[in-house]
Write a protein that binds this ligand. Sequence first.
Ligand SMILES: [Zn+2]
Length: 476
Amino acid sequence: MLLYREQYNWKSSTCLLRTRYFTPSWCFRGRFIFGRPTSPPDRGGSTAPPCTCPLSWGRLWTPETFEKSRLYQLDKSNFGFWSGLYSETEGTLILLFGGIPFLWKISGSLTGRFGLGPEYEISQSLVFLMLATLFSAITGLPWSLYSTFVIEEKHGFNQQTLGFFLKDALKKFVVTQCILLPVTSLLLYIIKIGGDYFFIYAWLFTLIVSLVLVTIYADYIAPLFDKFTPLPEGELKTDIESMAKSINFPLTKIYVVEGSKRSSHSNAYFYGFFKNKRIVLFDTLLEDYSPLNKKNDGESTDQDKNEETEDETKLQPKHKKQGCSNPEVLAVLGHELGHWKLGHTVKHIIISQLNSFLCFFLFAALIGRKELFMAFGFHNSQPTLIGLLIIFQFIFSPYNELLTFCLTVLSRRFEFQADAFARAMGRSTELCSALIKLNKDNLGFPVADWLFSMWHYSHPPLLERLRAIKDTKKQD
Ligand SMILES: [Zn+2]
C-alpha cells in the first residue's frame, strides 16, 4: 500500500474493452475546484483560504508552491477530461459499429490461414486478444506521450527520454502478452472442460495465478523495468530493522528503487507473503539518497554521468532539495507497517477474492444466454472469451463502479488508521512533516472538493490527514 496517493501514473489500459471510471460531471467538478480563482495565501495566512483550514497556510505552503500545485492539478484535470472523453467516444463507436464482431472475424480469418478452423476457438481467442491489446496500446500511446512529455515535463517531474519511454512501452507490451496469452488460454480451457461447476475451478485458477504473480512480480517482473538495490548499511537501515522488530514485522530485505529514472515523484511500499516481507523505498523519498539532490549539490561523479548516458535518462536536478530526512522516512514506514499490523492487506485480498468468486458465479449463470451475445453482434456463435468480456466489462459495469466506490471509502478509512498507528508509535510530528514534504515534492493540491474527493481519492486529502493526526494528538 502506498503512503501517498499516486498523482502521475496515467495507465494505458491493456484491453480494448475497459471498465469505465470516467464521468464527465466529476471531471468538471475537479476542474472547478482547481480552476476557480483562489488567491494563494500569503505567508501570514491573511488571505482567506478556500476551505476551513486548521493550520496556518503560510507555514505549510508558500504562495509560489500553492500556485505551482494549482496549475499542475489543473493541467492534469484537463488532461483527464479529454483523455476520458476520447476513451468514452472510442468505446461507444466500437460498440455502435460492431468493432468486436469485426475483430473476431479478422482473428478467425488469420487463424484460418494457418489451417485452424472455427473449432479452434482458443487459438482464435488469443489472436483476438493480441490484436485488441495492440489496438489499445497504439491508440493509448499519444495520450501517454502527451501526459509524460508535455504535462509532467512542464511541471518538472519527467525524467525520461523519448528512447527510454518507447523502449519501456515495448517491454511492457511484450511482458503483458507473455503473461496474458498463456493465462487466458488456460482459463478458457478450464471453462470449456469444467462441467457444471466450472466457475469454482475458474475462480481457483485465477486465485492461484494472482498468488503466483504477486510472488514472482517483485523478484522477476519489476526488475525488468526498474533497478532495485538493497539499502546500504547505516543508521537508517538499523533504525528500520529495529522498528520492524518492535512490532514483529517479518522484514527480510529493504530495497531502494530508482524511481528517479522515471520521475521525481516519491513513494514507499512493502510487499511479500507470510514470513518474507520486503520494504521498497523510492530513491526520491530519501533526502540523502535522491540523485536529484546529489546533482543539485554538485556531487555528481563521472561514474554517475556514464550510468545516466547508458540508461538514456536525463536526471534534472531540482531547484529545491526533495525527499524526507531519516526520522521522517521512519514515520512514513510506521504508517506502512500500520497497514500490515492492522490487517489491511489481508482484508483487501479477502474482499477481492470474494468479489472474484461472486463474479464467476454470476458469469456461470449468464454465459448460456444467447441474447447477450446477439446484442453485441454475435448471432451465430457464442465464444467464451467474448462472453467473459461482455459480462465482466459491460454487464458488471454498474456493480464495478459501486464496488470501486466502496473500496475507495474503505481505503480512506485504512489510511486514517495507519496514520493513527504511526502516531501511536510516537512519530506523529515526523509523519506530519513528511506528509507535508511529500505533498510539496509531488505538487499535491491541498484543497479538495468533498464530493470529488469522496468519489476519487483512495487517500484522504492532506489537510484532513493532518487534522486527524493533530486531533488524536490532543486526545493523548
Ligand atoms: Zn497508506
